[in-house]
Design a protein around this ligand. Structure first.
Ligand code: ADP
Ligand code: MG
Length: 242
């Protein structure tokens, strides 16, 4: 399902005054595609993801899915938002945020349990998702014995295991080298396409983003530019400027 942000504004209290972290952002991410969100530090990228994923209610505006159903609005309660996150949203953060005592498989099973899935079906599905991110042989390893790239793959598998409509990814490659980072972005975009997840991916490393479908730029909380991806095979010089 397509993800729509409609006139989303997020204002934080800031001492006596306020700080507008996200300023009237409207954006559609079509189902199965990945949009990269670029912008300087402090431009509101993480704040926008927090609203898109129902971690923070917008000050004004709304988040809806393709069927027009409002997902997160100014009046969405915490309980409703929590349930919607569990059922419809996958998050991947800068650090994988895995639980040290659980194996890769158990990280995924924990969420299936919270979703009320049958344990045997959940295990089979979790194993297939770990396979899809290339971690089949590591399913029974704990995070401490995995590399940084493998840990981030577990986090991606965990985010996708619930077949979310929306995948939100915040700087997933900042702890990885260029090659690992590029692989992770390629993996995310291809899984998003396969699973039909509308994916919004924050990055400040443009050099890893060849695989994404679209790029958007935030400055001071505002969307300033939309540039379509350069199609493979077009002549050099037709792409967007760096
Ligand atoms: P980015 O992810 O692009 O670096 P953020 O969304 O983290 O930007 O921050 C945008 C602005 O909002 C910054 O000025 C930041 O200091 C401020 N900000 C972020 N989170 C909070 C918060 N919880 N409370 C108050 N201000 C915040
Ligand atoms: Mg951020």
């Amino acid at each position: 399902m397509d993800l729509h942000l409609e006139h989303v504004t997020l204002v934080y209290p800031d001492g006596e005054s306020t700080l507008t972290a996200v300023d009237d952002v409207s954006l559609t991410v079509p189902s199965g595609t990945t949009t990269a969100l670029l912008g300087p530090s402090g431009s509101g990228k993480s704040s926008l993801l927090a609203v898109a994923g129902g971690l923070t209610p917008p000050t004004s505006g709304s988040v809806t899915l393709g069927d027009g159903e409002p997902l997160f609005t100014t009046t969405t309660t915490r309980d409703v938002a929590t349930r919607a996150r569990l059922d419809r949203i996958g998050f991947v953060f800068q650090q994988p945020q895995l639980i040290a005592s659980l194996t890769a498989l158990e990280q995924l099973e924990l969420l299936s349990h919270l979703r009320g899935k049958r344990p045997s079906a959940a295990r089979e599905h979790a194993l297939s998702v770990l396979d899809a991110v290339g971690l089949g042989p590591w399913a029974h390893k704990r995070p401490g014995t995995l590399s940084g790239g493998q840990r981030q793959r577990v986090a991606i598998a965990r985010a996708l295991a619930g077949s979310p409509d929306v995948l939100l990814v915040d700087e997933p490659t900042s702890a990885l080298d260029h090659e690992r980072g590029t692989e992770i972005i390629e993996l995310i975009t291809s899984l998003a396409r396969e699973l039909g997840a509308a994916t919004l991916l924050v990055s400040h490393d443009e050099s890893t983003l060849d695989a994404v479908d679209r790029r958007e730029q935030l400055v001071d909380g505002r969307l300033v530019e939309t540039s379509p991806r350069t199609s493979p095979g077009t002549s050099p010089g037709t792409g967007e400027a760096a």
